[in-house]
Design a protein around this ligand. Structure first.
Ligand SMILES: Nc1ncnc2c1ncn2[C@@H]1O[C@H](COP(=O)(O)OP(=O)(O)OP(=O)(O)O)[C@@H](O)[C@H]1O
Length: 261
């Protein structure tokens, strides 16, 4: 884990514009170490853009952020401390599952004995052992996803960014994934979890942030979010999500305003 103290992720005014589009607007947030942060938002809200900035793949237009204590402008400093499962896991069709994981471990300079033990235990956990020596080109979507997740956390990063980790998984594998995420958080890994599957977030997240049109519109622990501010009345996470991301005439007007470079 990272030697630096402080939050696992801290952003200050993080903003990304693509021409006229403000994908992420003035995002200021902290994520505590060893917690699961559920990052929600409708399609196009800016979740992937945020994760790409925090994983140093995209440069912010303005604002700053630190991940594991390192500034995101310093890719070499950040990369050893993070793992990233993007929507399409970066894996090679021509390799076998085991070779892909060995390759990923090599990129992270993991000692061989340590990495092969971890690879075998993760292959076992995800029921991939029998298929581990088959080429990935013959893998199903779910099998590819499992390899993608395993390689994202193999080096036990301080912070793992997981974009839809249960995507394509059957119910048993999805449960294994949820248990794995909980175990990793227990071992002090910080998990930044983006998904549209609200029960997964409800079960796992210590804190939830909801992004809407690039802006963080709600943040709190699941219970806070599910309690209506005005009345304290309970609502489901789905109801809370729909309410905070509702289109109001004022919000429409704001988003129609031209962005200032
Ligand atoms: N490379 C790019 N060039 C131009 N616009 C982009 C680019 N990447 C993202 N955008 C725009 O930024 C906004 C946010 O997109 P982003 O992919 O971050 O959303 P998201 O919350 O991940 O959505 P989804 O849930 O559908 O995956 C969208 O309006 C999108 O069209």
């Amino acid at each position: 884990m990272s030697p630096a103290a402080g939050p696992a992720i801290e952003t200050d005014g993080l903003t990304k514009r693509y021409g006229e589009t403000t994908a992420v607007s003035d995002l200021t947030m902290d994520v505590d170490r060893g917690t699961v942060y559920g990052f929600l938002g409708p399609n196009g809200a800016g979740k992937t853009t945020t994760m790409r900035m925090l994983t140093t793949l995209v440069r912010p237009t303005s604002g700053t952020a630190r991940v594991a204590g390192q500034p995101i402008t310093d890719r070499d400093a950040v990369t050893p401390h993070i793992g990233y499962l993007p929507e399409e896991p970066p894996i090679y069709d021509e390799l076998t599952g085991r070779e892909q994981l060995e390759y990923a471990a090599g990129l992270r300079n993991l000692p061989e004995a340590e990495s092969s033990e971890r690879i075998e235990s993760m292959l076992d956990r995800f029921g991939l052992r029998e298929d581990a020596d088959r080429r990935i080109e013959g893998y199903s979507k779910g099998m590819r996803q499992k390899v993608g997740v395993i390689q994202a956390v193999l080096h036990q990063p301080a912070v793992a960014f997981l974009d839809e980790p249960t995507s394509g998984l059957d119910p048993r594998a999805a449960r294994t994934m949820r248990e794995t995420i909980a175990d990793l958080a227990d071992q002090e890994m910080t998990i930044f979890l983006s998904t549209h599957i609200l029960p997964v977030v409800d079960e796992l997240a210590d804190e939830i942030g909801v992004l809407h049109k690039g802006t963080l519109v709600a943040q709190g622990d699941p219970e806070e979010l599910k309690s209506r501010a005005e009345t304290g009345e309970a609502r489901s996470l789905e109801e809370a999500f729909l309410e905070v991301t509702q289109e109001t005439p004022e919000a429409e007007e704001r988003s129609a305003e031209p962005s200032i470079e």
